[in-house]
Design a protein around this ligand. Structure first.
Ligand SMILES: Cc1cc2nc3c(=O)[nH]c(=O)nc-3n(C[C@H](O)[C@H](O)[C@H](O)COP(=O)(O)OP(=O)(O)OC[C@H]3O[C@@H](n4cnc5c(N)ncnc54)[C@H](O)[C@@H]3O)c2cc1C
Length: 182
């Protein structure tokens, strides 16, 4: 359930941490100055003062409202600038937009998730949401691949989820060795 607010009005959020996931991908931890929530799978418009804005899907848990994480691949003007940002600066957020994943429709079913590279950003949020309702699910299987082992993100998460009954994480062969050695 999202908080009732004007989704077109931007508000500030402080960048408190930048986590390097791979040479091209970083996760930005933001603390919103206003109450903010989203449903897993919804996206936000994130802006950098004087540079521009771009859409991103939060990669954090939808039940955690005091902070928000977005995982961003460096592809062009805004994302390249973002990759050089240091904690302490303020960014702008609008949203959330879109409908999100229909988590309740998965109840009583086996959920198969396919993802690759930075496409895992919205899927991480979904995995957190599914973990919260795992008792209502039959099974969750994630099949994930990346171009090279160094492009494989969220390795500690995979290791943790793999230990939970009902969760199976299947990585492509060149990543499997790397993840299982953590
Ligand atoms: C709903 C939604 C959710 C998204 N969620 C995420 C997410 O969670 N994480 C994430 O990393 N990304 C996500 N994206 C993608 C992200 O929004 C884009 O990567 C971002 O907008 C790129 O902005 P930029 O200014 O860095 O790149 P731009 O500078 O706009 O460049 C984008 C691409 O276009 C090319 N390009 C730019 N200008 C030209 C030109 N003149 N001629 C030819 N090619 C050109 C660039 O080389 C580059 O490949 C999402 C997109 C959508 C729509």
């Amino acid at each position: 359930m999202t908080i009732d607010r004007n989704i077109y009005k931007p508000f500030r959020a402080k960048l408190t941490d930048v986590i390097e996931e791979s040479p091209q991908i970083k996760t930005f931890v933001l603390v919103p100055e206003e109450e903010f929530s989203f449903n897993t799978g919804q996206f936000i418009e994130l802006s950098v003062d004087g540079i521009g804005e771009a859409p991103f899907t939060p990669s954090s848990s939808p039940v955690v409202t005091e902070k928000l994480e977005v995982t961003v691949m460096k592809t062009g003007y805004v994302t390249e600038f973002m990759h050089n940002l240091k904690p302490g600066v303020f960014m702008g957020i609008r949203g959330p937009y879109g409908r999100g994943y229909p988590v309740e429709k998965f109840f009583g079913k086996e959920v198969l998730i396919l993802g690759g590279g930075c496409g895992l950003a919205p899927i991480r949020s979904l995995l957190y949401a599914l973990e919260n309702v795992k008792d209502k699910l039959e099974k969750v299987i994630l099949c994930y691949g990346s171009k090279t082992p160094s492009d494989c993100i969220y390795k500690p998460l995979f290791t943790r989820l793999n230990k939970i009954e009902k969760f199976t994480i299947q990585l492509d062969s060149h990543n499997f060795e790397k993840v299982s050695s953590i």
